[in-house]
Design a protein around this ligand. Sequence first.
Ligand code: ZN
Ligand code: ZN
Length: 357
Amino acid sequence: MTAHADRLEAAVRARGLDLLLVTELVNVRWATGFTGSNGLAVIGPDTRTFVTDFRYLSQSAEEVPDFRREIASADLLAGALKTLPPGRELRVGYDHASMSVKTFDHLRELAGAPIELVPAGGLVEELRAVKDPDEIERIRAAAQLADAALEVVLKRGLAGRTEREVALDLEVEQRRLGAEAVSFPPIVAAGAHGALPHAQPRAVGIPAGTLVVIDWGCRLDGYCSDCTRTYATGEPSDRDREVYELVLAAQRAGLDAVRPGPRGREVDAVAREIIAGAGHGEHFGHGLGHGVGLDVHEAPRLSTTGETELAAGMVVTVEPGVYLPGEVGVRIEDLVVVTDDGGEILSGLPKDLTVVG
Ligand code: ZN
Ligand code: ZN
């Protein structure tokens, strides 16, 4: 993870900071490679310090070999500040976006007068948005595993099983194929329940002749996947087919708009205009997509407020949906890598409306 720490050091310099305290565990993992549950890092020009507790003595030696490693007692922040040169004036960035007020008060007390604490939340997240080839391969592997798990589950059919049975089956099948975990609890939502974008699977049988939204993903080597498909359990009605084709057209247009340059909101608008043009603007209430990496939802956002410009190496979802309250919902989601001249889709399952028994 030296490459990540180097990028972070450059960003720390560019912000006019002497050091950055990395306290969010997922950011610590990204910056150092440490996979344990308690650790923080201090990074700056000529500084690479990693602080953890005694349980991780040997694990950190293995995972964080290029950092100066400190074992602190209960208080990692105190352990980190002890490593700073005493009495020197330093501008130290901290994660004001996620640090609790209580922890910040403690940090302020520990830091004392010569240290200026500078809000720097979001700095690591911004860098994390652009993946290196190794990270992209891990996300690709997670996406392929998730696809394979759903294929197995679909062979057992949908109609007649409960949403919860299918969701559990999907969790277990992903684990069986080698996933560390699910990246989020799967959504399996039939008929009108599918009109809730974040529906929770119910102990209710899936009927024949309806649409079923399945949104699922797994975590492999720390990296997440995220995908949605909507299936029919029998010949779909004209209305259901129409909604499906509309969402698919919007999704394809959104995918075509993925390339370096446009802002998140501009890609969102491409898909949103198609859905609005068909009179369903108010039935697409969420953003078009989000970044995926160590977290299943991370920067950048593809939404009406997404200002980040897409750049090569970003991995984002494109997932428009149309939700008719009390009737039906359709969402189609793919995971895409932004390449130098477009996008490469990592999700492999077909998207033409498929009837599953
Ligand atoms: Zn999803
Ligand atoms: Zn998603």
